[in-house]
Design a protein around this ligand. Structure first.
Ligand code: ZN
Length: 135
């Protein structure tokens, strides 16, 4: 079951510049900066009430974020839904005919399991499911 929107992913060219904007202009506080080597990104998280912002900066020209920024410029990259059953969520999406980018969840930032649906079959919104990793 989807519990809530967990975070909004925003692609930036420079994590430092992005962090500065959200701290100085909006007065938010950066909670954590983390590199996710498997996705070739560095991320910065901000709490905004129950929802987070996840800034994403490419660490490699082959990173999906580098390709996104090259094509679209900086901006909103994905929306992440928190679920208590990521495998079930992926199964439901696949059964509904939605194209999955990941059939098996992998370890994302903030110690969560994540998997993405393809934006070509989600009306243009790159969609992430994320779930707490069970201890
Ligand atoms: Zn995300």
């Amino acid at each position: 079951m989807i519990e809530q929107i967990d975070h909004i992913g925003i692609a930036v060219k420079s994590l430092e510049d992005g962090i500065r904007y959200y701290e100085k202009t909006l007065g938010l506080h950066c909670e954590a900066v983390e590199e996710v080597a498997s996705q070739k990104v560095r991320t910065a998280f901000f709490h905004v009430g129950e929802v987070h912002l996840e800034l994403l900066e490419a660490t490699d020209p082959e990173s999906p974020i580098a390709k996104f920024v090259e094509k679209n410029g900086e901006g909103i990259h994905h929306i992440a839904f928190r679920t208590n059953n990521i495998a079930g969520q992926l199964k439901q999406a696949a059964e509904a005919g939605t194209r999955l980018i990941h059939e098996v969840p992998f370890e994302g930032a903030a110690n969560k399991l994540v998997a993405f649906l393809h934006p070509k079959s989600t009306h243009g919104v790159l969609t992430e499911f994320c779930a707490e990793k069970k201890a």
